[in-house]
Design a protein around this ligand. Sequence first.
Ligand code: JFZ
Length: 429
Amino acid sequence: LAQKKIWDETPEQKKERMEWWTDARFGMFIHWGLYAQAARHEWVKRREKMTNEDYQKYFDIFNPDLFDPSEWAKKAKAAGMKYAVITSKHHEGFTMFDSKFTDYKVTNTPYGKDIIKEWIEAFRAEGLGVGLYYSLIDWHHPEYTIDRVHPQQAGTKEEYDALNKDRDMAVYREYLKNQVREILTNYGKIDILWLDYSFPGEFGKGRDDWGSEDLVKMVRELQPGILIDDRADLQDYHGGWDFMTPEQYKVDKWPEINGQKVAWETCQTFSGSWGYYRDEYTWKDNKQLLVLLIESVSKGGNLLLNVGPTARGTFDHRADEALSKMGEWMKYNSRSVYSCTQAPDEFQIPDNSVLTYNPETKRLYIHLLDYPLKSLRLSGYKDKIKYAQFLHDASEIKIDKPAMHGARMELDADDIYLILPVTKPNVEI
Ligand code: JFZ
């Protein structure tokens, strides 16, 4: 079966279009909307079965007086991130940009200004790539057919149909297309479009509900350089998407489709929810976050690490601390991240470590998750390594046989040993 074509491009052209992003490896996700005020998950409206009337209070008082996007951009940059993606509209249906097609928008709240415009200008000014998340799902639009699990709880197919008899997805489809056109027309060059999400099935929604084929064609015409995620249900379309988005779980190996390795980006939260959640205490520690980044790169992928800003427009102190820790590590170790990817198979992975590799410089980076005592055995590395050094201070690491006075250990002729100082250098992980 021939693939349907949305975009004409050779694999080489695609690789070139995506290169800044595959080199970048590390970005910031930002989930921000009215739900930041509830401060208990971006799905709060659904979880607590709130009606539009219940939710209205968040619209009426939205006023993030401390919002300083240039401060956010500086923090992202200091953490080592090269791009960022912000929610221009999440499932709640509220637009953080000025739109001609709705009144349910930031410019009609007490804040009164176009947050997306301010955000894009500030992030661009710091040299970061800019991306816009746009929710396909919409819990506010009057023509969007209510999804099965909803405040009004349609259980059976009949109940579901009855609930939606006066709603017309074709009208919503047009609305969503109009808004995507707005965000890709009014703010200059946009690097990434992050559509979210499809859930095909009897009660589900997918490409036909969103008009994905049409939508993505328009996106490519408006922004030929843009990168699009894979959540509009267009897997089988050439040009329908650019990267896969495994979420909140670890990837075992570089994902493939028909034997071809595909570009991917995992998005991850600090604490579990995406929107600001004041009372959530399941925060990942610094090492876990670093390992997420390193492991992603080691399997050819990117990490999009999420911050959920508060309703006043600031980052939670726990997010600030985590970001600055990442930044400290990146200051010394980013060379093992940027432009790096999975190491060639000829390099066996030592215990408790992760390998990354820069194919241009042909440098191999060994990330020791657990610092070994005195030496590191590299099985089968003989004649493959010319020189070894620590990354944080560029000090030489001798390649030698380990000191084994009186020991009767067999040394494999293909193995080499890195002779390490006893004391672990004072750097993160
Ligand atoms: C979606 C959103 O519902 C969520 O609020 C957040 O924005 C996140 C980034 O994306 O959640 C999803 C979407 C898709 C899957 C899981 C959660 N999925 O395909 O497994």
